[in-house]
Design a binder for this molecule. Structure first.
Ligand code: 6PG
Length: 226
């Protein structure tokens, strides 16, 4: 497991954006993006740093979505569009959003079909950016959620239908997973994910195909690590 600690949120976002661009330029084109608020600035910096041709062949998928329309303030897709896709004029046909506006069960099935159509058989993605909640959730895999036990489907409804989330089968078919975590409020969740027995928090059960996850942290988020 690799842990990188950066001085502050700005330095963290810069490092994360440089990592994403490096990975894309190395040919890792099938991306799974985190929602929430932390990664927004990283996505802005990726958009600003990309060169013509960087997006060739890149497909964007989402780790989870809220059960809201795509223009809703809580939509992860809306956040990524505003931060990166629209300013960069990213080809919309290669952005595979989860349809938060329809029945969550149907949205989960369509998201899986969409992903399988691009990511091959067996399904493989190249890079995932994931966030971490203060309770140690990632995507919408919350502690105690039924979604944690899903062993076949790649996306399922969660939070009584208020979310659609990628499952461990999805996250574990990614070659490289990078957690991007900022702020003192996440320090205990980071400590638990890295130091407590696997499964103590949901994020600690993400086992990427290509080896242990990388953790990109700022000092505050890393403040409880040994
Ligand atoms: C979401 C994310 C979720 C997020 C964490 C951290 O839909 O909100 O998928 O897993 O990454 O909750 O969120 P913040 O970055 O807003 O702290």
């Amino acid at each position: 497991m690799t842990v990188e600690i950066h001085d502050d949120a700005e330095a963290l976002a810069r490092a994360a954006a440089e990592m994403v661009l490096r990975e894309i330029r190395a040919g890792r084109k099938r991306l799974l993006l985190a929602g929430g608020t932390t990664p927004s600035h990283t996505y802005e910096l990726v958009g600003r740093g990309a060169q013509p041709g960087d997006y060739k062949g890149v497909h964007i998928f989402f780790g989870d979505e809220r059960a809201v329309p795509p223009d809703h303030v809580e939509s992860n897709y809306r956040m990524v569009r505003r931060a990166w896709l629209d300013p960069a004029r990213f080809p919309p046909e290669r952005v595979h959003r989860i349809r938060g506006e329809i029945d969550p069960e149907r949205a989960a099935r369509l998201a899986e079909e969409d992903l399988r159509a691009v990511a091959g058989e067996p399904v493989g993605l190249d890079l995932a950016l994931l966030g971490l909640g203060t309770d140690g959730h990632t995507a919408s895999l919350f502690p105690g959620s039924e979604a944690l036990a899903e062993s076949l489907r790649l996306y399922v409804p969660a939070r009584e239908g208020r979310r659609i989330t990628g499952t461990y089968p999805l996250l574990n078919c990614v070659d490289r997973v990078v957690f991007l975590v900022s702020g003192a409020s996440k320090a205990e969740a980071v400590r638990s994910a890295l130091h407590d027995p696997p499964g103590t928090v949901p994020a600690s059960l993400v086992q990427p195909r290509g080896g242990a996850a990388t953790w990109l942290l700022d000092r505050e988020a890393a403040s409880l690590l040994d």
